[in-house]
Design a protein around this ligand. Structure first.
Ligand SMILES: *Cc1c(COP(=O)(O)O)cnc(C)c1O
Length: 442
């Protein structure tokens, strides 16, 4: 399958090029030239299938032409070494818990898949086109860095540079990518997330740098990172169908609510919908960084600098994947706003929601999941069943969560292990020339 650029000025790429390059030459995002519907038989059978089998079917639909079937199955099964269960929070509201992976956030799924796919392409062509050694640049607002760093840790022939905004990620998040060593370098940028993202994008566009080293991106702009996130949306609907089998005859009233920042996660859900996944409508939940919410209301997309919030992984002022969503629906505001509605919450509202949900249901939300949960509370209509993504484990934000809830929540062992490590990082200004000079010396 070929991939075209959302900016329409770069040549089409095959999967390998789209994955290795990450971003098209014209700075656009790669899009698959077509999205095939999965067959009816698959949807009829889905609720009897395992998560891994469902995921393999979805993966084949996208990657089947370009990756050997056995290898693809291994990649999918190996990626999903943990579950993404549906948990009932209250009547008609379910959490899709995406934090059971190694770094306790949903980004583990895409990062693990991409690391394995990139390794597959390097193995298939150990020299020549790919060149045998790849440098992954990744900008993070918190959770991407740890997921990508851990997804690639120890993978031969790949070096990862994690760029993160100084003082803007939680200490627990930070230790998950600054303590790893080996093929992982953490770069602390004196700026905000958007500065980190701009440095990465500029690096890809810089000819001299690209002659010096093979660069790729592992941000959600990479097709190998965002598409696999569709796996758990299919599984979520399958598990709801399975659960409701005895009680309801139709299951066409599922509302999927995704706490969104760079919009990669919801974008994968929308691709799933295009593949035929029965989801009635979507809600994109924002924190105070709500340019998408504004777009839905006004039809105007006005990116602006991000502001810092309690839900810091969603502090994005110019979501990259907006370009994909815009393209997917033919640039039609009407189509987009009839399928997706928005919600926006202040830090005060997020904290109130966390407190109320804990008191009323006993469920501990993290600040990101809280936006999703509240958007369902505010937006669910009679007869609908809402699923919101619990995108990270609350312990990743332990200080804030404990302070808000008056709790002392447990830290899972795999998280404690990171906290015992020694922090190593490189300090960097937000000036691209500094970053470039640093990379040229590597
Ligand atoms: C990255 C992240 C988000 C936002 O996801 P996008 O794909 O960037 O929209 C939400 N919650 C958590 C915990 C995250 O790490």
């Amino acid at each position: 399958m070929n991939y075209y650029s959302t900016n329409g000025k770069a040549p089409q790429a095959d999967l390998k090029k789209a994955v290795v390059k990450g971003l098209a030459e014209d700075r656009g995002l790669y899009m698959p030239e077509r999205i095939e519907k999965l067959p009816k038989a698959f949807f009829d059978e889905m609720k009897n299938m395992s998560f891994q089998d469902i995921a393999y079917n979805v993966a084949s639909n996208f990657f089947g032409e370009d990756v050997d079937a056995d290898a693809l199955q291994d990649i999918v099964f190996d990626t999903l070494s943990f579950d993404c269960p549906i948990v009932k929070v209250e009547d008609n509201i379910y959490a899709l818990e995406l934090f059971h992976g190694p770094t306790l956030a949903f980004k583990d799924v895409g990062a693990r898949f991409m690391a394995r796919l990139l390794q597959y392409f390097l193995r298939v062509a150990p020299s020549g086109a790919v060149g045998g050694s790849v440098n992954v640049l990744v900008a993070t607002s918190g959770d991407t860095g740890s997921a990508v760093a851990n997804g690639f840790l120890g993978v031969e022939g790949i070096h990862v540079y994690v760029l993160y905004p100084k003082g803007k990620v939680s200490p627990i998040q930070e230790c998950q990518f600054t303590t790893l060593g080996k093929n992982i370098t953490a770069i602390e940028v004196d700026g905000v997330f958007d500065d980190c993202q701009a440095l990465v994008k500029s690096a890809f566009m810089d000819e001299e740098l690209n002659r010096h080293m093979m660069l790729t991106s592992a941000n959600s702009i990479n097709v190998a990172r965002f598409l696999p996130q569709a796996f758990y949306y299919f599984n979520a609907v399958a598990r709801i169908q399975e659960m409701f089998n005895v009680q309801r005859s139709t299951f066409n009233d599922v509302v999927m609510c995704v706490p969104s920042g760079n919009f990669g996660n919801i974008c994968a859900a929308l691709f799933g919908h295009e593949m035929g996944l029965p989801i009635k409508r979507f809600i994109a939940a924002n924190n105070a960084n709500d340019v998408f919410y504004e777009y839905l209301q006004t039809g105007k997309y006005n990116p602006r600098p991000s502001v810092q919030t309690l839900a810091n992984a969603m502090d994005v002022g110019d979501p990259s994947n907006f370009a994909r969503i815009y393209d997917l629906y033919g640039k039609s505001h009407e189509r987009i706003s009839s399928l997706i509605s928005g919600a926006t919450y202040s830090d005060q509202q997020i904290a109130d929601t966390m407190r109320r949900c804990y008191q009323e249901t006993g469920y501990v939300l993290d600040p990101h999941g809280a936006c999703g949960y509240q958007a369902l509370k505010d937006g669910l209509r009679p007869g609908e069943v809402g699923i919101f993504c619990e995108t990270a484990h609350p312990a990743k934000f332990k200080e804030k969560v404990d302070q808000i809830l008056g709790t002392d929540i447990d830290i899972p062992e795999r998280l404690q292990a990171f906290m015992r490590g020694e922090k190593q990082n490189v300090e960097m200004s937000k000036d691209f020339q500094d970053f470039k000079q640093y990379l040229l010396k590597q």
